[in-house]
Design a protein around this ligand. Structure first.
Ligand SMILES: [Zn+2]
Length: 333
């Protein structure tokens, strides 16, 4: 059931929406900001659903049973409109004109409200935003426009000032972990790495947890870090070849290495495996901690950062990775 309880975290937004529905003071424009995959559209849809539900429950939660709820949840409600754009990179003035500006004058078909949800609102051209501004300034009283964006800074201040802004926040790691173990049913040691990786982004955590790619990237990174000390030159060359296969996901792989060495550092400082992410590799983390100095670990962490920057600047892949592996090997004795 897609009701308020199904939104993980974001208590401040849920509270705001509930208060709005209770008081009946619905704003005509909202700007929901948050990272990609964080669940902006999920929240916007539940908000829209609550507005059109024919039989809302406590706290104005959508009932998930009435005709309107069923229509919203299957994406077929005539008064809940998803604004699309033809070109992937931009929302043009034509998109905005056709789907919003010339449509807002038509009264809702069956509800009190007519709701427009626009994903990737930051992709609106300045012309599109200016055109939309007129509607935002004098919307028909039944219109609610929800703009969803990863970057409010790409929006015109005049547009932002017309909207009630709801900023999504990172969800507490414990809650993300619980969610993954319950909903995706992965073991705790696997949940931990997804949690560390997702940094409070629930959608990202979920997609990592079910991704076979991510699993194989994690395994490869762990394999390299566990055996690098024993590798001779020919093993290193083989490893570099294998890493080539992960070229497209190299940032994920490097992030996993980063989490590994943060664990090593944490264990070295606390001698406690309770808080480490790679709990299932505790023995290897302990060994790495005993084999490296604080300075060495810092050096490795910095080199991982540098490697990311180098690859971003298109420095040769093999060369960058070789430098990284050598730095790791040198600093772990
Ligand atoms: Zn309902």
């Amino acid at each position: 059931m897609k009701n308020f309880d199904s939104i993980i975290g974001q208590e401040h937004i849920k509270e705001h929406i509930r208060a709005t529905l209770t008081s009946g003071k619905v704003s005509q424009a909202y700007l929901i900001t948050g990272e990609s995959m964080q669940g902006k559209e999920y929240i916007a849809r539940i908000f829209a659903n609550a507005l059109v539900c024919e039989n809302p429950g406590d706290g104005y939660d959508p009932c998930c049973k009435c005709k309107s709820c069923i229509q919203v949840q299957s994406g077929n409600h005539p008064d809940v409109i998803t604004v699309t754009h033809e070109k992937p990179g931009t929302v043009s003035i034509d998109d905005v004109r056709k789907q919003i500006i010339s449509d807002v004058q038509i009264k809702p078909y069956q509800s009190r409200w007519k709701i427009y949800i626009m994903n990737e609102a930051e992709k609106m051209t300045p012309q599109a935003q200016n055109a939309l501004l007129k509607t935002l300034e004098e919307p028909p009283e039944y219109v609610v426009i929800m703009l969803l964006t990863t970057s409010a800074s790409a929006m015109l201040p005049t547009v932002i000032s017309r909207c009630v802004q709801l900023d999504m926040r990172p969800v507490d790691d414990r809650i993300v972990r619980q969610f993954l173990m319950k909903e995706v049913q992965i073991p705790d040691y696997q949940a931990d790495i997804c949690v560390a990786f997702a940094r409070g982004n629930i959608g990202k955590a979920r997609s990592l947890a079910v991704s076979e790619d991510f699993d194989s990237i994690r395994e490869e990174a762990v394999r390299v870090l566990k055996y690098i000390k024993k590798m001779d030159m020919s093993d290193m060359i083989k490893t570099l070849k294998t890493l080539e296969e992960y070229k497209l996901n190299i940032n994920d792989l490097l992030d996993i290495m980063m989490i590994w060495y943060r664990d090593v550092l944490l264990y070295k400082a606390t001698m406690d495996t309770g808080a480490i992410v790679f709990a299932d590799e505790a023995d290897s983390i302990k060994t790495a901690a005993s084999e490296s100095s604080y300075e060495g670990i810092e050096n490795i962490l910095q080199t991982i950062e540098k490697t990311k920057a180098r690859l971003k600047a298109n420095v040769n892949f093999e060369l960058s990775m070789e430098l990284l592996l050598l730095t790791i090997k040198e600093n772990q004795k």
